[in-house]
Write a protein that binds this ligand. Structure first.
Ligand SMILES: [Ca+2]
Length: 176
């Protein structure tokens, strides 16, 4: 009986170790992800809402009242690599009404001056209301980026339209 239990314990341990190592292998140290659910209890932000999310229960909501969604705010000193040449960001988005205002934005600036900026309109990716689609945007990082440069990635509705947009599952990759 004791031997049997030990055998089961060993198998369980081996399974656990394998699961851990394969998860570690899959994890890209140059990728930052955020499923919004992980923020709950740590960050209070009016654009975090509970509902029919892409993952889990929580997502970001942007509308005419709150046109700036919760996003990533990271200084160059804290980038996961100092030799990144470009950054790609994606988010799963959903719209209650199709429109050409709501965008996923990447903004790199220093001391209030824009260094580089790019945005992708949700309407280039989302062709049907109420359905989740992946939205992508990229920027090239200039050489000699100052360490105080700030990277911001967020959803924005510049025209404050009467559409509600949802975003979930950010994935930001620094490409060397
Ligand atoms: Ca989520």
């Amino acid at each position: 009986m004791i031997k049997k239990i030990n055998l089961f314990a060993l198998i369980a341990l081996a399974t656990l170790l394998f699961a851990c190592s394969s998860d570690e292998d899959k994890k890209n140290p140059l990728t930052i992800t955020n499923d919004i659910d992980q923020m709950v209890g740590w960050v209070q932000h009016p654009t975090i809402i509970k509902g029919d999310a892409h993952s889990g229960k929580y997502m970001i909501k942007v509308d005419s009242i709150l046109p700036y969604g919760l996003g990533l705010y990271l200084i160059a000193e804290d980038f996961p690599t100092k030799i990144a040449k470009s950054i790609n960001a994606s988010i799963w988005g959903k719209l209650t009404k199709l429109n050409d205002s709501i965008s996923l934005v990447i903004d790199l600036s220093s001391k209030g001056q824009s260094i580089t900026y790019n945005s992708s309109n949700f309407n280039n990716y989302i062709k049907k209301t109420g359905e989740w689609e992946k939205v992508d945007v990229s920027i090239n990082i200039p050489k000699n980026l100052p360490l105080d440069a700030t990277l911001k990635i967020y959803i924005w509705d510049p025209q404050k339209t009467n559409t509600t947009a949802f975003g979930d599952d950010f994935e930001i990759t620094f490409i060397e």
